[in-house]
Design a protein around this ligand. Structure first.
Ligand code: UD1
Length: 312
């Protein structure tokens, strides 16, 4: 049965946030904070009658504080995502991802929130020499976005040590799944691949396509967010929220074409600035301390995602 605890999801109208909202519904009361810049109300259609929705921009500290006050947990997912977007247009991403994140932590501390689970990013690692990437490695951010997300982790840890707020950071590793928006050139690569596959058009691959990612299904990430909100002894810490797998873009595009029985050779374009070459998470700390147990294989995840895009 749902408790009377209040959970806040910033960015709850986004694709990861809206999946997390569904995970939280039978565990307590859920309020979403979203300014609908990259999120969509349609993502919350199925749960509309069951949640509070606040159209608030996290840059607006005064509007944020009364909504957050007294909540049990804040899941802070609101952000302007995308590495290339943070290079093309760095000011808004700085303001939202750094100033907005500060506002969320501050409102949580002032409002006596028990815990904040913060959506950090695997981009903080940059091009480490060794794979898989473990939490003890020195961060090597390569883009404004990577710096911004890393700074949020540091703020989380300092809000814990200086203000007693239980902050836990999860470094998301290339999350994909239903509701990821393929509408922008800054959209996640798998959402763009899905769009092209369904339209029977050729996607663009930046670079040689041999760059690799630890693609993580959105439900596994949402479940880990919940676990991070409940685990003990983790305040002030950071964990990888990946799947522990590693696929190149060429492999994924080939797999998708095979699933559909089509031949759509990708257009190859120059590599993107700020792009990380390889990414693969060491999940052992998250498994040990948070009970992380990703369940969805890449084949299952791609199949479910494709089915969703077909119906959308
Ligand atoms: C990065 C982070 C990820 C974060 C995300 C938020 C890393 C390793 N990952 O993802 O944790 O959640 O930012 O935005 O830093 N690509 C194409 N064709 C396209 C689009 C993209 O080839 O049409 C390529 C990109 O150049 C890149 C890969 O696909 O090599 C993945 O790109 P994208 O989906 O944008 O995510 P990352 O930048 O890897």
């Amino acid at each position: 049965m749902a408790s009377d605890l209040k959970f806040i999801v910033t960015g709850g109208a986004g694709f990861i946030g809206s999946t997390l909202v569904q995970t939280l519904l039978d565990r307590g009361r859920v309020a979403v904070i979203d300014n609908l810049l990259t999120g969509h109300e349609a993502n919350l259609e199925e749960v509309r009658g069951q949640i509070e929705f606040h159209n608030v921009d996290i840059r607006d500290a005064a509007a944020l504080e009364p909504v957050i006050r007294g909540a049990d947990t804040v899941f802070h997912l609101a952000a302007i995502p995308s590495v290339p977007r943070s290079i093309d247009d760095p000011v808004p991403s700085h303001q939202v991802n750094i100033d907005g994140t500060f506002n969320v932590f501050r409102a949580a501390a002032l409002g006596k929130v028990r815990r904040v689970v913060y959506a950090a990013s695997s981009s903080a690692y940059g091009d480490t020499e060794v794979l898989p990437k473990t939490e003890t490695m020195t961060p090597l951010p390569k883009s404004p976005y990577a710096v911004q997300k890393l700074l949020g982790e540091y703020y989380g840890s300092v809000f814990h040590s200086c203000f007693g707020l239980e902050a836990v950071s999860l470094r998301f590793f290339n999350v994909y799944g239903p509701r990821q928006d393929p509408a922008s050139p800054y959209s996640g690569v798998l959402s763009l691949f899905m769009k092209h596959l369904i339209a029977r058009t050729c996607p663009t691959i930046f670079g040689d396509g041999e760059q690799s990612r630890d693609f993580t299904f959105v439900e596994d990430v949402a479940e880990l967010c919940w676990k991070a909100s409940q685990a003990s002894g983790v305040a002030g810490k950071m964990y990888n929220a990946g799947n522990g797998n590693q696929y190149t873009l060429n492999q994924i595009w080939k797999l998708l074409q095979q699933m559909e029985g089509v031949n759509l050779p990708a257009n190859m374009a120059p590599p993107r600035a700020g792009d990380v070459r390889h990414s693969k998470a060491d999940t052992s700390a998250a498994v040990r301390d948070l009970g992380h147990a990703p369940r969805v294989t890449i084949e299952q995840g791609l199949k479910r995602t494709l089915e969703w895009y077909r119906g959308a």
